[in-house]
Design a protein around this ligand. Structure first.
Ligand code: ADP
Ligand code: ZN
Ligand code: ZN
Length: 746
């Protein structure tokens, strides 16, 4: 009797109540092909769906009549490792997502590219010593002779490169291939996104502070302790150099490193540094790579050719086996939180991954998240390491606030205070550079009718349209674009006002005030093209502009030595967000932006324009005091019972039908209250339902309920149980449920 084998499969369907592993028959002809971690096609509820193979077994509880066969295998090689499968199960438990959602996050889009890259080059098709003879035969065809000479001199050129170099048509080259005088050879090549050679120059000698931190971390790695380090170093304190040192030791010990950075804009500078030090063992993963590059990097990681992986958020799932060191740089960044599907935070995933493989974790930041800093206090589980001085004792920039109310009283209605303008002028004269930071792209974020007060909104979202200088109105949520209108769509008045300030308006005014200054702008609009980020930064670094205007992208990690002035156009945009982290985000942003000034030989200056100069987050940034900020903010968080004093889960219901989502939200509340009876009366708070802060997005209306409690586990159990009850009652598939555990943007 031949033994039947069953594959354990997670099916990719967007329904929570089938979120488990199903058994399928593996037909004999699929046997050699099917492996753990591959994707397959299986029949499910009358349809064909994608599934993930997460195990095999010789027995099944399912009755024979119900069993169905796997229909096809989609991959040539596994896309999920055992380690990632374990992580996926943890994600389901922690983030209350489905297994399929978790697995989807892990499968890099790269694995869809099946072919390896190839390259065709041309070599002469005869022995070297016959060259003179061959050329003599071709003496009546100077073009062909020239091609042969070139091919002999530079073997392996591509047909096009050879033709271009000699200045002949590709037909001439093909003719020689036809005659056998040139031979084409195709080899597989690696598509290398950053072909940078190691310089061989050793890094600088560490400062005593750096050496102490690196030493402590190395000790943990050497003794194979699984330890988390909170590395809190002010901007310009040389955290990257610590990473590089620790990684060097890890390499010697045969441990692999995974390091994440929050933004692609940052990856460029970081990649150069890493590759110059460690060369090809560094693999890079982010979404701006071409599909082929990503595939090849992914393969190198899986094969173990790469010992150091550097990437953005989803690189935390890179398929390197058993990483020994995980580094989350700028750990406080909201960009680490994924905003759809499985709403994971790369930092929490990294911490879990480290637990599984017994690895050391470094959480690095100049403006540590309150949560991490709190866990690094005396009683906390993290080891706290701090660097209090900038490299070479470079002074921190001088920071000044400008009270915009006073500007108004002085009769200055403009975007810029006089003090800021004077400073910019001075810097242009001194040939030093300025960064101007404004948190909004476009020209004007609000278009308002001065007659009836109507604000132009996106037809699909409850979001005001931003006016862009290409005469369009754009929704920054769904990318809706319409030509600018000159009449109010409510009352037909022509008195439309373009209010508020975005990067384009700042650029226009700066060009107007300083017509001879070089100006660059970096925001989502100027960097959509591949390589645009790097190009703008390079031009600025090369001194091709005096002033760089931009959004958040500029705040992080960049090292621009000739920048001696940073101007924050309006610090209040983040401060007034309806988010309990608004003050924290403001402090972080201001500190990070300020940190871009004075990183070279000359000291830096920062001017922060605000209507709230007395706000503690702005004052703390002014005094470069994380501790002041932390003390103040912790008092407020404690009073309001917000994290780190509690945990939050936000449940959002959404639907295209407004009434349906509202009644659904009240039903969900009832279900949660019912579920709560199982917990003690001091169980979590159930807040809401209320319309979500972004009430309508892409035609969908959204209501939310927020669960708040001290114990994460109980909170998750309550949410899971409430949602189960809800699903058994609602029966209406038009409502979708989004569960956001530890939400970042409230
Ligand atoms: P951070 O990430 O902490 O803001 P960086 O890692 O960017 O700081 O370091 C700031 C600058 O100091 C970089 O140009 C770096 O090359 C340089 N640097 C770091 N460590 C040293 C050192 N020990 N000696 C000299 N220069 C250093
Ligand atoms: Zn929209
Ligand atoms: Zn109007």
């Amino acid at each position: 009797m031949s033994e039947q084998v069953y594959a354990e499969i997670v099916v990719d369907v967007p329904v929570r109540n089938v979120d488990r592993v199903f058994s399928y028959i593996v037909p004999a002809d699929l046997f050699p092909a099917i492996k753990f971690g591959m994707r397959v096609i299986v029949p499910f509820a009358g349809r064909k769906v994608t599934g993930y193979v997460v195990g095999f077994s010789g027995i099944t509880q399912v009755s024979q009549e119900k069993l169905k066969p796997v229909l096809a295998v989609l991959d040539n090689e596994p896309v999920i490792t055992e380690e990632l499968w374990t992580l996926a199960r943890w994600m389901k438990a922690y983030y209350l997502c489905t297994l399929a959602q978790a697995l989807k996050c892990m499968v890099s889009p790269a694995v869809r590219v099946k072919a390896a890259g190839s390259y065709t080059g041309l070599w002469i098709g005869f022995a070297d010593n016959q060259l003179a003879q061959v050329l003599a035969k071709l003496n009546r065809s100077p073009k062909q002779s020239a091609v042969i000479k070139a091919a002999a001199g530079q073997p392996g050129l591509s047909p096009k490169a050879l033709a271009d170099q000699v200045g002949v048509s590709s037909a001439t080259v093909s003719a020689l291939v036809g005659k056998g005088l040139l031979q084409a050879r195709t080899t597989s090549v690696r598509r290398n996104p950053y072909p940078i050679k190691p310089t061989g120059i050793p890094g600088p000698v560490l400062t005593p502070e750096q050496a102490y931190c690196a030493g402590e971390i190395i000790r943990a790695i050497e003794s194979s302790q699984s330890q988390v380090f909170a590395l809190h170093g002010i901007t310009g304190s040389g955290k990257t150099e610590i990473y590089l040192n620790v990684i060097a030791r890890a390499l010697v010990l045969g441990r692999k490193t995974l390091i994440t950075v929050p933004e692609i804009a940052l990856t460029g500078q970081m990649v150069n540094t890493f590759k110059e030090r460690y060369g090809d063992t560094v693999a890079v993963l982010h979404s701006a790579l071409s599909a082929g590059e990503r595939y090849d990097e992914w393969q190198r990681i899986r094969n173990g050719d790469s010992k150091i992986v550097l990437g953005t958020r989803s690189a935390v799932f890179a398929p390197l086996s058993g990483p020994g060191l995980l580094i989350i740089d700028e750990e406080h960044e909201a960009a680490y939180k994924q905003d759809d599907q499985a709403r994971y935070h790369a930092r929490e995933v990294a911490l879990q991954r480290a637990k599984l493989s017994g690895a050391v974790v470094i959480l690095g930041s100049a403006t540590m998240s309150l949560e991490s800093y709190c866990r690094a206090q005396k009683e906390g589980p993290y080891r706290y390491l701090s660097i209090e001085n900038r490299i070479e004792q470079k002074p921190l920039p001088q920071i000044k606030t400008i009270d915009l109310r006073a500007e108004t009283h002085k009769g200055n209605p403009g975007i810029f205070s006089l003090a800021l303008l004077q400073k910019i002028e001075e810097k242009i004269r001194l040939k030093e550079q300025t960064i101007l930071f404004i948190n909004r792209r476009g020209f004007s974020p609000i278009v308002i009718c001065r007659d009836c007060g109507f604000v132009l909104k996106c037809p699909h979202c409850d979001i005001s349209l931003t006016y862009h200088s290409d005469l369009t109105l754009r929704c920054h949520y769904c990318n809706y674009i319409s030509p600018v209108i000159n009449k109010c769509s409510n009352c037909a008045s022509e008195q439309l006002r373009f209010a508020g300030t975005g990067t384009q308006k700042v650029e226009e005014e700066i060009r107007h005030i300083f017509p001879s200054a070089g100006v660059l702008r970096m925001d989502a609009d100027t960097t959509s093209r591949k390589g645009a980020h790097a190009e703008i930064l390079k031009n600025f670094l090369d001194g091709k502009a005096d002033i760089l205007i931009g959004t958040q992208m500029l705040a992080k990690g960049l090292n621009l030595p000739n920048v001696t002035l940073v101007g924050v156009i309006n610090a209040d945009t983040t401060l007034h967000m309806p988010d309990f982290r608004a003050a924290e985000k403001t402090f972080q942003l201001l500190t990070q932006v300020a940190g871009r000034a004075g990183r070279g030989e000359k000291p830096g200056e920062v001017i922060i324009q605000t209507y709230n100069p007395e706000h503690y987050s702005i004052k703390a940034a002014l005094n470069n005091s994380y501790k002041d900020f932390y003390a103040q903010e912790m008092i407020i968080r404690r009073e309001l019972g917000y994290p780190p004093f509690s945990r939050l889960i936000r449940i959002i219901l959404s639907s295209t039908q407004s009434a349906l989502v509202q009644s659904g939200a009240f039903l969900l509340k009832e279900c949660l209250l019912e579920a709560q009876r199982d917990f003690n009366p001091h169980g979590p708070d159930i807040l809401g339902p209320a319309p979500a802060p972004l009430h309508k997005i892409k035609e969908k209306y959204r209501w939310q309920i927020v669960l708040k409690g001290k114990q994460a586990l109980i909170l998750r159990q309550l949410a899971a149980k409430g949602i189960d009850i809800f699903e058994s009652r609602q029966g209406n598939r038009l409502l979708s449920i989004i569960v956001d555990v530890e939400p970042q943007n409230m």
